[in-house]
Design a protein around this ligand. Structure first.
Ligand code: PEP
Ligand code: MG
Length: 592
């Protein structure tokens, strides 16, 4: 039966495919398709892994048997019996074979897919004892996966984005062809999301998350349709269900009827045609009707994203979120050389265009490791985040600064500092930058000149701009956090997502005054938060005087189209009227 789940739209477009349910803890297993000739070998890998675990349990049973009856923990013996039973269960084995043979999943993926299927059956059991056996099933799956790590897989490159393409006709007529896959998960960390840059998934849905959570931001950078905050989706959608992800409306349609499928197939093709038309603007300079030049820059997460930025016609990188180099490394942070090589790759990838590298912004919904997500602080977004963390770890910060300064030899680099608010933090930061230069001088290592800028993303910073303008060469408004901190709305919390409002008069006033004060002092101000890539806000920001926008590469051409249609001489008075309005959203829709 067809049903729909409503969430928040985060990445545009339509994806149609089969659901793959993945628990976030299991995301680090490899997901790729095998060749039909490798089916037998993959089935053997799972069998060998399972046999190794069975042998391990037999060994344990023997050693328990050698203990005196007094020392024998009865529960342990019973537990081992349960594990043996589960390991030998036909449903697990047959299910895994199905995913490998019929869907050509690699062994690890097949095993975790079957775990989701059987796990659900356990969830539905009436008997509490049996229901609790799900955790045993999870334990043995983890053990098989661990055993399999020692049993190597035939080396196969993961498929490119979108999986194996089937035409809409195939989807309607033939259920058995390989089709795009839609990832469904309760939650994904930004680091999980990043893994999908090379992945096979054509779209994704999560139960939790806000529109500007970092997970959503990375999803947007992947440029695949996505819906977050679609509550209960990971419970209502079953493994292998047909799913439509409508990233424009923020809706997931499950088990669609042929008529709905055909309708969305049509919408999908229309979207592709519109993208094709936009592509023609790639080499068109971004100049308004009244001759104002506008700088359209890219936000990137990894050095290799530079290629997409150049491809989209970006005039540089306005925000390189360097923290993604630090995440998911189990406490082992990247050293100076590793960072230097990464920044250098991004700079060389931009072929002489400027690259703005933001120093590490760890904390809040961007933990260093997933394990750190649940522990710790009551209000992580107000805690030791971004520059606060960097200043508390000077050795780490100096390492990053040296790497950036060295990389600046290879092309124009701007150094951007996140989340500053106190004059004392600004002074400490500046003195550490000087110190990093001295350290490089002492080592006789060459480094380049960098412009230094500050993120304006805390209301207190926007309200005390004078001190920022005194110290910095440029400013970049981080609207994602500026909105979060102005309105006291956690950007990652879907339960308050309806209150997260870029058009709140207080937010607009802070954005507009920052742009204006920067302009009066002759300093470049850009916006690098998600507002910059939102085409419904392009004209308003132009009207405020903004001339530098930084966004995901996928949004650049659509924003350029807005710029080409804009006349700033008309937009300026209109934007002032919106600024003075109690309810700017109402007025925004009136034509200019
Ligand atoms: C912002 O806060 O708007 C921003 C660009 O930084 P981030 O989204 O990484 O916090
Ligand atoms: Mg921010």
């Amino acid at each position: 039966m067809t049903f729909a789940i409503h969430g928040l739209p985060v990445a545009r477009g339509i994806a149609i495919g089969r659901a793959v349910l993945v628990a976030s803890s299991r995301l680090d297993v490899a997901h790729y398709f095998i060749e039909p000739t490798q089916v037998a070998a993959e089935i053997n890998r799972v069998r060998d892994g399972r046999d190794a675990v069975i042998a391990e349990i037999h060994r344990l049973q023997t050693s328990i048997g050698q203990m005196g009856p007094k020392d024998t923990p009865h529960e342990l013996a019973a537990l081992l019996e349960v594990h043996l039973m589960l390991l030998q269960d036909e449903q697990l084995t047959q299910g895994v074979k199905h995913w490998i043979k019929d869907r050509l999943y690699n062994a690890e993926w097949a095993l975790t897919s079957q775990l989701e299927v059987v796990g659900r059956q356990f969830d539905e059991m009436e008997d509490e004892y049996l229901r609790e056996r799900k955790s045993d099933l999870e334990q043995i799956t983890e053990r098989i996966l661990r055993a399999m790590r020692g049993i190597s897989s035939p080396l196969i490159q993961p498929l490119g984005r979108g999986g194996r393409k089937a035409s809409q006709q195939d989807l309607l007529l033939d259920d058995t062809v390989d089709v795009p896959l839609i990832l469904v998960a309760h939650d994904l960390s930004p680091a999980d999301m990043l893994q999908f840059k090379q992945s096979i998934f054509a779209g994704f849905i999560t139960d939790v998350g806000g529109k500007t959570s970092h997970t959503a931001i990375v999803a947007r950078s992947l440029d695949i349709p996505a819906v977050v905050g679609a509550r209960l989706s990971s419970q209502l959608i079953r493994q292998d269900d047909w799913v439509i992800v409508d990233g424009d409306a923020g809706v997931a349609v499950i088990d669609p009827s042929p008529i709905i499928l055909a309708e969305y197939g049509f919408k999908q093709r229309q979207g592709e045609l519109a993208r094709g038309r936009l592509a023609r603007l790639r080499h068109t300079p971004a100049v308004t009707l009244d001759g104002q030049k506008v700088e359209l820059l890219a936000n990137i997460e990894m050095p290799d994203d530079a290629a997409a930025a150049v491809q989209a016609g970006a005039m540089g990188v306005g925000l390189f979120r360097s923290e993604f180099l630090f995440m998911g490394r189990h406490g082992k942070l990247p050293n100076e050389e590793e960072q230097y090589q990464a920044y250098r790759r991004a700079i060389e990838g931009m072929q002489g265009l400027p690259v703005t590298i933001r120093t590490v912004d760890i904390g809040a919904d961007k933990p260093l490791d997933d394990t750190a997500r649940d522990i710790g602080h009551l209000n992580p977004a107000l805690g030791l985040r971004a520059i606060r963390w960097s200043l508390s770890e000077p050795a780490m910060f100096l390492t990053q600064l040296r790497a950036i300064l060295r990389a600046a030899v290879h092309g124009p680099v701007h150094l951007l500092i996140p989340m500053l608010v106190h004059a004392s933090e600004i002074r400490q930061t500046m003195s550490l930058i000087d110190h990093a230069r001295v350290q490089l001088d002492n080592r006789g290592v060459s480094y380049g000149h960098v412009k230094i800028g500050a993120m304006i993303e805390i209301p207190a910073a926007a309200l005390t701009l004078k001190v920022f303008l005194k110290y910095f060469d440029f400013l970049s408004i981080g609207t994602n956090d500026l909105i979060q901190y102005t309105l006291a709305i956690d950007r990652a919390d879907e339960s308050v997502a309806h209150l997260y409002d870029p058009l709140h008069p207080a937010v607009l006033r802070l954005v507009a005054s920052t742009i204006e004060e920067g302009r009066l002092q002759g300093k470049t101000v850009s916006v690098c938060g998600e507002m910059a890539g939102d085409i419904s806000l392009t004209k308003l920001l132009l009207g405020f005087g903004l001339r530098s926008f930084s966004m995901h590469p996928a949004q650049i051409l659509a924003v350029k189209q807005e710029v080409l249609r804009a006349d700033t001489s008309k937009l300026t008075p209109w934007a002032q009227a919106i600024l003075a309005d109690d309810e700017p959203a109402r007025r925004l829709n009136q034509r200019v």
